[in-house]
Design a protein around this ligand. Structure first.
Ligand code: GLU
Length: 491
């Protein structure tokens, strides 16, 4: 289709898939879906040392987990493949030969030491360090000499002088660069592998990419890429450089700020719909105050016009709030499934439970649903159901059990609980009420000793929720143990 929007996500598979990469992927995906266009997934693996198939798999898995499919690219194929850069070397070579033949590029034999010496000399003169074009005009004899020395050349692009380079950017507007600030740059390394700035242009052009949406850090690369588009006679796409992601302290997001990879969030039990929702708001703002968006709603609402120039701040509290929203909406079974791996990891369950035990576990886990932010928090939240031997949180808690009214309260409790027909929230509540009435004690004097005796803590979930889940036998034995520990006699 002639005017079809075609965007691409082009990650370098060089490590954990960063949350910023996922945000770039999402903006591309939303834009493609919104415009009825195509999303292409290309793997930029020209950094042979750092690229790995493992990282590539990880990226694909993360995109799938986040619900972003692609129409063309790695795995799914398409007319414009291959979609892995190391499988496209012949293609780049053809264009390099063309540029060399047209005098738009040249072989450079400078060694790293020579380049470094040039750099230092420029810095010493107070000039901007860049390649000054030493190998632009080598004589055939010099070339022979270098070859005889065994030097392996790179290919450099001949940057035209005195050119204003205009980058049309959907986010930043028109940005102009001066070609005199750019030295002749390497497009093919001495091992024959193209550099990012070179391969990306050929690929984007041949894959008919209409909009290049990517991180702001690539804005400074864009004038170099524009020069290559022009040199090869390719039409330039529209660019959209989305802002950096900063930590809450407004410095560049890094490991210091907590988890930075998609996988870390997945492992902590964040939900993909929450991550998508959160990432969409990192730089894009809807028309309204609405903050919770499903993927379908995002597709409908998303627009590059509402993508901000200024940096986006990664606010973990907001992510937690959004995730909590989605966690609360899970069914009892879904919530249990989300919590399960974390419960297994903590050693509270084997994950093989069935029947009554499984139903009990689901009930226990469900007590955490309304207040945890992400699934990895569940085990700590329900830990007391799995630990009958606990310590008192502090002396204050212990002292609660030493109040003189405690034996009377507990005696009544032990008398009444076994007589209940069903042990559930309402019957437990009614029991507490009855004890209050008989003892004429305030609520706190009834609840607090029971709570401390049951858990060792002065805070925690509702007793009416806890007692039925613990059951009669465990309730009684826990309370007895606690009283024994502080030396309180019941009878
Ligand atoms: N491989 C580059 C990266 O991961 C892609 C940049 C681009 O989208 O052009 O940063």
């Amino acid at each position: 289709m002639a005017n079809e929007v075609r965007v691409r996500f082009a990650p370098s598979p060089t490590g954990p898939f960063h949350i910023g990469g996922a945000r770039s992927a999402l903006f591309n995906w939303l834009f493609a879906r919104k415009m009825g266009g195509k999303m292409i997934l290309r793997i930029e693996d020209t950094d042979l040392e750092r690229s790995s198939r493992e990282s590539e798999e990880n990226i694909k898995a993360a995109l799938k987990w986040l619900g972003m499919n692609w129409d063309e690219g790695i795995d799914v194929g398409g007319e414009n493949g291959p979609y892995r850069q190391t499988e496209r070397l012949e293609i780049y070579k053809k264009y390099t030969e063309k540029l060399l033949a047209e005098g738009k590029a040249y072989y450079c034999y400078c060694t790293d030491e020579e380049l470094e010496a040039e750099r230092q000399a420029l810095v010493a003169e107070g000039k901007m360090p860049r390649y000054m074009g030493k190998c632009r005009h080598l004589t055939p004899e010099q070339v022979e000499q270098y070859k005889a020395e065994g030097r392996k050349p790179t290919v450099r692009f001949k940057v035209p002088a005195d050119k204003q380079i205009l980058v049309r950017d959907m986010v930043r507007g028109d940005v102009v660069f001066d070609s005199n600030g750019i030295g002749d740059f390497v497009i093919v390394k001495s091992d024959g592998i193209p550099t990012y700035n070179y391969a990306v242009v050929i690929d984007d052009a041949l894959m008919h990419i209409t909009h290049v949406i990517r991180a702001e850090e690539h804005l400074s690369n864009t004038p170099r890429q524009c020069l290559i588009y022009d040199a090869l006679g390719f039409e330039k796409p529209t660019f959209g450089h989305i802002s950096l992601i900063l930590g809450k302290d407004h410095t560049k997001m890094s490991k210091r700020h907590g988890a930075t990879s998609v996988d870390q969030y997945r492992q902590l039990g964040y939900l993909p719909e929450a991550i998508d929702n959160f990432l969409a708001l990192l730089g894009w703002a809807p028309n309204s105050e609405q903050e919770i968006f499903s993927m379908d709603e995002l597709v409908k609402e998303f627009s590059m016009d509402h993508v901000a120039k200024n940096p986006a701040v990664f606010d973990i509290d907001k992510l937690n709030w959004i995730n909590q929203h989605y966690m609360r909406k899970l069914s009892r079974d879904e919530f249990y499934e989300a919590a399960k791996p974390h419960m297994v990891k903590k050693g509270f369950i084997t994950g093989e439970e069935f029947g009554d035990k499984l139903e009990w576990l689901k009930d226990v886990v469900a007590t955490a649903q309304q207040h945890v932010s992400y699934a990895a928090q569940v085990p700590d939240d329900v830990a007391m159901y799995f630990t009958d031997n606990f310590d008192f949180e502090n002396d204050d808690a212990k002292n609660v059990l030493l109040e003189e009214t405690v034996p009377q309260v507990i005696r009544l409790l032990f008398d009444k609980l076994p007589k209940l027909e069903v042990l559930d929230g309402p019957s437990v509540k009614a029991t507490f009420k009855a004890i209050q009435k008989e003892t004429k004690l305030g609520g706190k004097n009834v609840f607090m000793p029971i709570r401390v005796a049951l858990t060792g803590n002065q805070h925690g979930p509702e007793l009416a929720e806890m007692v039925p889940l613990l059951g009669l036998a465990r309730t009684v034995s826990r309370i007895k143990n606690s009283l024994d520990k502080v030396g309180v006699q019941l009878y």
